[in-house]
Design a protein around this ligand. Structure first.
Ligand code: CA
Length: 218
């Protein structure tokens, strides 16, 4: 998935960036509130990890402005505050989850995964459509009950299409959602990956709209 981490403590930021990258996720970082708010409004992320106390703009202000723009990306708040009233303020403002510092990375990872899952499948561990079943915990995909081997990138692309189900997504949107900004990819890469997914999961799983993009109907 694609994550935005907004955190002004450089040690924590680089630790989180490394941790999530090693898990295969694409990570954008912002070291202050203004940059974070800007990135959160112009780019699309699966989950935003947001520190509360930040220079220029604090976490509460950022949540307020992105929710005002109707950006529904799940947000997990990180903070040193552990007062119940603070948690309530954060959740009322539109945060989806809350973790108090110091925390262990495994817990953050599990919560971020959980938010992403809730966002894609309404909290279910499995997504089923046609003859395909995707287990979001184990990342095992079955076609007619038989496990199919797919690469991490193919999995990300499949999930991105499912997240945008019933809509045609363009190559540009796929590129932004599944790859890192720094990585150069052309539409051929996407075409090849769609070809491979169709070969493994069935030709009619991913529909093409000529010149427009791809769509999964669920
Ligand atoms: Ca801070």
């Amino acid at each position: 998935m694609k994550l935005l981490i907004i955190e002004d403590e450089e040690n924590i930021l680089s630790f989180l960036q490394r941790g999530f990258s090693e898990e295969g996720h694409i990570v954008d970082c912002a070291i202050d509130g203004e940059d974070g708010e800007y990135k959160a409004t112009v780019n699309k992320y699966d989950v935003i990890i947001l520190d509360w106390m930040l220079p220029f703009k604090n976490g509460m202000e950022i949540i307020g402005s992105i929710r005002k723009l109707n950006i529904k990306t799940p947000v997990i708040l990180l903070t040193a505050r552990d007062e119940t009233s603070d948690k309530i303020i954060g959740l009322r403002k539109g945060a989806d989850d809350y973790l108090t510092k110091p925390f262990c990375f495994e817990e953050l990872l599990a919560r971020v995964d959980g938010l992403h899952r809730r966002n894609i499948s309404g909290g279910n561990d499995e997504i089923k459509f046609k003859n395909i079943c995707i287990n979001l915990n184990s990342k095992i995909i079955k076609k007619d009950g038989v496990a199919v081997e797919i690469s991490a990138k193919e999995y990300d692309l499949l999930l991105f299409l499912i997240k945008n189900k019933n809509y045609v997504v363009s190559n540009t949107m796929i590129c932004e959602g599944v790859w890192n900004d720094e990585e150069f990819i052309n539409s051929n890469v996407i075409q090849v990956m769609v070809y491979r997914l169709r070969k493994k999961l069935g030709k009619n799983i991913i529909k093409s709209s000529r010149g427009l993009g791809y769509k999964i109907e669920i």
